[in-house]
Design a protein around this ligand. Structure first.
Ligand SMILES: Cc1ncc(COP(=O)(O)O)c(C=O)c1O
Length: 400
């Protein structure tokens, strides 16, 4: 392996699969020990196909956010389905993707530390050698200079997107002249190429009503159009506007302004996204990520399962109990690190039996995946299916 392709110590792309997991392939779902992160492969592939069809219909590129699944195997699957590459948020996530064979990576985030920028430059050289491509976002003159200095003398060129704050109020320059100055500065560095605008509105993704999301994204689009015009008036072409998440992709895709969609969660769909009022124009994405758990204790008015918040993230709310059958409607309450407390839902039903397996739909897929080394891919459904493959979360813990 090329020295430069070595992942950072945070990632484990090449570690052998644990024996117990290897032996699980081909076994029925009942054989999956709990708690475990399970992917319903049939549902995931339907989500993938729907996304590919949607992008084709709207004539936009899609570059799914791999910070969601943190798996180079799933990134490559997405590219085989038509994605132009993937986004990542961190340098070490980019390293994990490249080490896993992904050759078109966009760090949709700001990187400032010189030590990290040296790694970014090394990745750009590796990808250039593989006829691949690296891109990155900036939102400061200092950031451009540091990136330019790290890339100086390299034989590679990195694509640079200027991030504009279109309402998320996280990173990004204000719409307008600040973006023009950044585009001009990028042009002063021979190893940097101004590639366009990064315009992601994160807060809009989880606004519950269609009307709220439409209002937020129409302002974002106005901000982008205004900023793009100023940059073009300065004689610099703006090739691409990239952004959008699962909650608003319909709006950016129809805008005629955004040329690339960065949605990530659509592949797994968490419980929080299920609360959004669904836009009928959006593809029908299904839940494909579950935590399999087992009832380990039964009390008079509640049951206790073996999945607590070390198995699933709770920043966007507690998981929902997947209930194919209304008679078993249960509500999940946090029981701590290793426990979940299950009570019968107000709509009625009965408690599960001791030892019964249950499936939880996590509140937020990205941080849930980051709690696990592996995802277990199941084919044929959660009740009667079989384990088909083990998916390594090779960018798990890749935070630098
Ligand atoms: C910059 C950026 N783009 C795209 C996404 C994808 O959003 P989602 O997973 O909600 O589709 C995110 C998620 O936080 C993000 O930060």
């Amino acid at each position: 392996m090329n020295q430069l392709m070595k992942p950072s110590p945070e990632v484990s792309t090449n570690a052998p699969l644990p024996e117990a997991l290897r032996l699980m392939v081909g076994k029925p779902v009942d054989a999956i020990d709990t708690p475990a992160l399970v992917v319903d492969l049939d549902a995931m592939e339907r989500n993938l196909t729907r996304m590919a069809e949607f992008a084709r219909k709207h004539d936009v590129r899609w570059r799914p956010h791999a910070k969601m699944h943190k798996s180079s195997a799933l990134a490559k699957l997405q590219m085989r389905a038509g994605a132009v590459g993937v986004c990542v948020q961190k340098t070490s996530e980019a390293e994990a993707m490249v080490a896993g064979g992904v050759t078109d990576v966009y760090i949709s985030n700001e990187v400032i530390a010189p030590a990290k920028l040296a790694r970014v430059a090394a990745l750009a050289r590796t990808l250039a050698g593989l006829r691949g491509k690296l891109a990155i976002a900036v939102d400061s003159i200092e950031g451009v200079h540091r990136l330019g200095a790290a890339m100086a003398g390299s034989n590679a060129v990195v694509d640079v997107f200027v991030e504009v704050d279109v309402g998320h109020h996280r990173c990004g320059v204000l719409p307008g002249l600040a973006a023009v100055s950044l585009a001009q500065k990028i042009g002063e560095h021979p190893a940097l190429r101004f590639a366009g605008l990064q315009a992601y509105h994160g807060k809009a993704q989880h606004q519950r009503s269609i009307l709220e999301r439409r209002a937020a994204i129409s302002i974002a689009i106005e901000d982008v159009v205004f900023t793009r015009k100023l940059i073009e008036e300065a004689g610099i072409p703006v090739e691409l506007v990239t952004g959008a998440g699962t909650g608003t992709l319909v709006l950016e895709a129809a805008s005629g302004v955004y040329g690339e969609l960065q949605a990530g969660s659509f592949l797994f769909m968490d419980a929080d996204y299920a609360v959004n009022e669904r836009d009928p124009a959006a593809p029908k994405f299904e839940h494909a990520l579950f935590v399999k758990t087992q009832v380990i204790s039964l009390q008079a008015d509640h049951a206790v399962c073996d999945a607590g918040h070390k198995s699933h993230a709770i920043d966007s709310g507690l998981p929902k109990v997947h209930a194919p059958d209304a008679e078993h409607a249960l509500e999940y309450f946090n029981g701590g690190d290793e426990h979940g407390v299950l009570r019968v839902a107000p709509s009625g039903g009965r408690l599960p039996a001791l030892g019964q397996f249950l499936w939880l739909i996590p509140g937020h897929c990205d941080p849930t995946v980051n709690l696990h080394d592996f995802m277990i891919g199941v084919r044929g459904g959660l009740m009667r299916g079989q384990v088909e493959r083990i998916i390594r979360v090779d960018a798990r813990g890749a935070l630098t």
